[in-house]
Design a protein. Structure first.
Length: 129
């Protein structure tokens, strides 16, 4: 009988980063099969980063700094995607991302550019003063 396509891909997928969209999302060409690649928008799994479109100026500045950090880290680079699945917001996938330096999401967190995220509501980045 026919099998439905899986909603997730566990194995590693090689990809070339074309554009860093914001502090936790990038666009890439993913090699999905021999001689076959697709353009895909990828959100780095397991991180909560400040929002570029935040009302809070401090959060917006934090988002710009995190985006610049990510551009320096993976802009134009080769990465490996694993545990690829549909993002809950649609239009992109959620994936664990590794480059030659290791786990990109963990590095974002260590650099203070993001915090761990495991689903659910996210809190604000800065308290009102």
């Amino acid at each position: 009988g026919a099998r439905a396509a899986s909603a997730a891909l566990d194995g590693h997928v090689r990809a070339e980063v074309d554009n860093v969209v914001d502090d936790d999302t990038f666009e890439a060409r993913a090699a999905i099969w021999l001689g076959q690649s697709i353009e895909v928008r990828v959100r780095i799994a397991g991180v909560d980063a400040p929002e570029l479109h935040a009302r809070c100026e401090a959060e917006r500045l934090g988002a710009l700094a995190a985006r610049d950090w990510l551009v320096r880290r993976i802009g134009g680079a080769a990465v490996r995607l694993s545990a690829v699945r549909y993002d809950k917001y649609g239009g992109r996938v959620d994936a664990d991302v590794r480059d030659s330096g290791g786990d990109v999401g963990a590095a974002l967190i260590r650099a203070g550019m993001a915090r761990p995220y495991h689903g659910g509501r996210r809190g604000g980045w800065f308290e009102a003063t």
